[in-house]
Design a protein around this ligand. Structure first.
Ligand code: COA
Length: 400
């Protein structure tokens, strides 16, 4: 075995994606189309080769991730896969290391990912930064506790119109929601609005609804109607792919629209934020199944730059002593403005624990209860919580 880690050349994209695709079993769609749905910039796909043959790959999208305070350049780690013939030989460790050094050299303070296997990312400095939920509710129990009357219009549009209208809503929501990612036009076209047969997986075609007021798009819904009929009654499901509103009124209205669609017996949605307004809108909230799972994972690539890029909810000082065995350039003590300091630490924590609290998905109190932060100075955890506090839970509406 002669292993080499390097960036994939332009002609090697498909081969670099095949190690992760291997695990999906049957191909989910034509290779070229699937690869087109992975708009990775040149040089952002790393591979491991054995005697010249690609046996593993790992990619990184170039995102702007909203953190409390605004957008931050972020490496969006994706398509991490090692062929079963080469597992447990340290290949992913090498790929992760090369990838993080690359992100560091590019000036990306943060890396983010969705983990299919959560068990090994912690050792590379990633911390679970948000949790999200799948929702299911019988249509019969979708009444709200107040009347929602949308004063504007609601209409179905084509994918081309959606491409023009939906980003106007998305960008407004993303600007103030930690965990959301910038989306290029290519991303919208090839991923979010794409609706090939294999993406439908037997479900209905993708529908695009927009809610407008005074000619401005305020909310949208992407959904499929999966029609079925049994014992003389419709039993179908409305599957929400993505829905959001730029204001509370528009959010309530777009969900009212979705929940009211005739013929459907239940409504399902995935990847909702855990503090979704539905909890407080539904008259019978307890009829909603809300299954919680892991969301976005965050890895501070450059701890100083990551701390400096974030806004804080209060005035005050705090010294964090961060340990980072995997990216030793991060080891040290930091003030919240990201500068290094020799002052005594208030809190001691590993870099992955900083990832857990960075977006506001967890608190330092949560870390303390889990034994993942050391409170060196009395009261430091409460102080840190006040500083890192956010008014909403992070939300990343899409797995990448
Ligand atoms: C999971 C996967 C990426 C691991 O790759 P690998 O090259 O076998 O991993 P390595 O040999 O570099 O192992 C690195 C470390 O992670 C540990 N590890 C590897 N896979 C693990 C898993 N699934 N769960 C927990 N720990 C794991 C190893 O024991 C090793 O520990 P160490 O640092 O203490 O020695 C690979 O098996 C794979 O491609 N699996 C299917 C696809 C997948 O899960 N992709 C990533 C999820 S999004």
């Amino acid at each position: 075995m002669s292993l080499e880690i390097r960036t994939a050349g332009p002609g090697e994209r498909l081969d670099a994606l095949r190690p992760i695709w291997h695990y999906f079993g049957s191909p989910a769609g034509p290779d070229e189309e699937r690869a087109a749905g992975m708009p990775l910039a040149e040089g952002r796909l790393h591979v491991a080769t054995d005697d010249g043959a690609i046996v593993a790959g790992a990619g990184a999208f170039e995102f702007q991730l909203t953190v409390p305070g605004g957008p931050v350049p972020t490496a969006g780690v994706t398509v991490v896969g090692v062929l079963p013939t080469h597992r447990r030989r340290g290949i992913v460790r090498e790929l992760m290391s090369v990838q993080l050094k690359d992100a560091h050299a590019r000036g990306e303070p943060i890396a983010a990912l969705w983990a299919s296997e959560g068990g090994f990312y912690g050792r590379f400095g990633y911390g679970l930064a948000s949790i999200c939920a799948d929702m299911e509710i019988p249509k019969a129990y979708t009444a709200f506790n107040r009347v929602v009357d949308w004063p504007g219009t609601t209409r179905l549009v084509t994918a081309d119109e959606a491409l023009e209208l939906f980003p106007q809503v998305y960008d407004r929501v993303a600007a103030t929601t930690p965990g959301m990612l910038s989306r290029s036009e290519e991303w919208w076209q090839k991923r979010r609005l794409a609706d090939s047969e294999w993406r439908r997986a037997g479900g209905g075609e993708l529908a695009f609804a927009v809610l407008e007021q005074a000619g401005t798009p305020e909310a949208y819904a992407l959904y499929r109607l999966n029609f079925s009929y049994a014992d003389g009654v419709p039993t179908g499901t409305t599957v929400v792919v993505e829905a959001m509103g730029a204001t509370p009124a528009a959010t309530a209205a777009v969900w009212r629209y979705i929940l009211d669609i005739d013929w459907m017996a239940k409504i399902e949605a995935e990847l909702l934020p855990i503090d979704h307004p539905l909890h407080l809108l539904l008259l019978e909230q307890n009829r909603m199944k809300f299954r919680v799972g892991d969301g976005l994972w965050i890895r501070p690539v450059d701890v100083g730059a990551a701390l400096a890029a974030r806004a804080y909810a209060a005035d005050g000082e705090l010294v964090l002593e961060v340990s980072d065995a995997f990216c030793p350039w991060n080891d040290g003590r930091y003030a919240l403005d990201g500068s290094r300091t020799t002052a005594g630490p208030d809190l001691r924590l590993p870099v992955e624990a900083l990832g857990c609290v960075y977006l506001g998905g967890f608190t330092f109190s949560d870390l303390l209860r889990a034994g993942r932060v050391e409170e060196v100075r009395d009261g430091a955890v409460a102080r840190a919580d006040a500083l890192f506090r956010t008014d909403r839970k992070p939300w990343c509406p899409e797995i990448f």
